[in-house]
Design a protein around this ligand. Structure first.
Ligand code: TIU
Length: 284
């Protein structure tokens, strides 16, 4: 990549208007969307570094960016030089987790990384970063890369959202930045997140770190998150649970599903139907 002069004006796409970052938020209260402790958790997952406890009514399954642009050839992931097959291995395991969570009445939230067609929400630095073979907004077999409304931007069919499941469209790597993810969690009394999706060291990590700082407890399912790099997958998971769970917990899907199965048997559907709370929300 050619040397760049840091004092030179930002390169810009001819059709892209000036990037406008979201307005600075009002002074941050001590904890803007801080989860309020509810009743004692009723389920326990065998996790690292110690058991992760949760209840059906205070926990959401979060599926991060399982979009064609990351897991299919010709999209954003491949344009960055990655082998997308590495990520597809999570799909069948995650599909099972999704089905069991839906059956148990757990809130399910999906995210998608992407940008407005005019790229006004895409920082020029993100557009230029990495000197990719194709840039965000360029044409691809699945439409314009990482642009909302295009086929490549959408979620893979195996994990497609159903009515009532919020879909958070985010311009960044983290799910909280410039979205209403935090307010949706607060409205629904969610304080724990079971986190899945791609990629482990980028959007999963960023979201878990953002959530951790906001007071949420995160369990990352180790075989439901994927990286283009096996080493990053291993180390990325270790980082989360290190230092006594500095960012959260990790466990395989099987451990979470065992705990969920115990809950599903004791849960009385209809008493507090979560689906009634889950109005269709297409955030963003
Ligand atoms: N490049 C990479 O590993 N990931 C991303 O750009 N986005 C997400 O992780 N979703």
């Amino acid at each position: 990549m050619p040397e760049t002069d840091p004092t030179a004006p930002e390169p810009s796409s001819p059709s892209a208007p000036a990037f406008s970052s979201p307005p600075p938020s009002a002074p941050v209260p001590s904890s803007p969307s801080a989860p309020v402790p509810s009743s004692a958790p009723s389920a326990s997952v065998a996790a690292a570094p110690y058991p992760f406890e949760f209840s059906l009514d205070d926990t959401a399954l979060v599926i991060i960016d399982m979009q064609r642009d990351f897991v299919e050839p010709g999209g954003f992931g491949e344009s960055l030089g990655n082998d997308v097959d590495q990520l597809r291995t999570v799909i069948p395991v995650l599909a099972e987790v999704l089905e069991k969570c839906r059956s148990a009445g757990l809130l399910v939230i999906h995210t998608r990384e992407g940008h407005l067609p005019d790229l006004s929400d895409c920082p020029p630095s993100k557009l230029a970063r990495g000197n990719p073979s194709q840039r965000i907004g360029d044409p691809s077999p699945n439409g314009r890369i990482l642009i909302r409304g295009e086929k490549g931007h959408d979620i893979v069919p195996e994990l497609y959202p159903i009515d009532g499941e919020p879909v958070i469209d985010k311009p960044g790597k983290g799910a909280f930045y410039a979205t209403d993810f935090g307010s949706i969690l607060a409205e629904r009394g969610i304080r724990r997140l079971v986190v899945t999706g791609v990629t482990t060291e980028v959007c999963v990590h960023t979201t878990v770190r953002e959530a951790n700082d906001r007071g949420f407890e995160c369990l990352v399912l180790s075989d439901c998150v994927g990286s283009y790099f096996p080493e990053f997958q291993r180390v990325g998971l270790e980082m989360i649970a290190a230092q006594g769970g500095i960012f959260g917990w990790t466990a395989p899907a099987s451990a979470f599903l065992s705990a969920l199965a115990g809950q599903a048997h004791t849960h009385v559907p209809g008493q507090q139907p979560l689906t009634a709370l889950a109005d269709p929300v297409r955030a963003g």
